[in-house]
Design a binder for this molecule. Structure first.
Ligand code: ZN
Length: 144
């Protein structure tokens, strides 16, 4: 059964991120500073290097791919919810190298911003809390 809630758009934030900062940490910080509990994130731009994860469903752990080169952010798409009572951004990213080849995965710390424009949409809604899910070994939304 899908677990779906109604949420209502509350406010929009739009801005430019800091060159040299960690992309995931900066998005997390923006949301924590504004106490966002429920929302959506998108961004485009470029990174100096990237660290992306692939969740190995059999091993039940993330494989980390480090891409140590300048890359374009084709899309970053994510959400904002609560983990242990504070805002947490979960985002996936698609990147392209100078040949236009695309790579993607779960955004991890270690991805360094070259330039980045982001939009964060905050929702009024029930707080979505992450909780350990034994079926996947992931911290997923607890909708009960
Ligand atoms: Zn993910």
């Amino acid at each position: 059964m899908p677990q779906i809630e109604t949420v209502v758009k509350k406010s929009l934030y739009m801005g430019r991120l800091t060159q040299g900062a960690d992309l995931l940490e900066e998005l997390d910080r923006i949301c924590k500073d504004r106490s966002l509990e429920c929302g959506r994130v998108e961004a485009i731009g470029a990174v100096q290097k990237a660290c992306i994860g692939y969740y190995d469903q059999r091993q039940r752990q993330y494989r980390i791919n480090t891409l140590d080169e300048p890359l374009e952010i084709l899309t970053l798409s994510g959400n904002v919810s609560l983990k242990d009572g504070t805002s947490m951004v979960h985002a996936h990213i698609t990147l392209a190298d100078k040949e236009g080849r695309a790579f993607g995965g779960h955004l991890m710390a270690g991805t360094v911003i070259f330039a980045c424009e982001c939009i964060i949409e905050a929702f009024d809604g029930p707080a979505f809390n992450r909780k350990f899910d034994p079926e996947t070994d992931l911290q997923l939304w607890d909708m009960r």
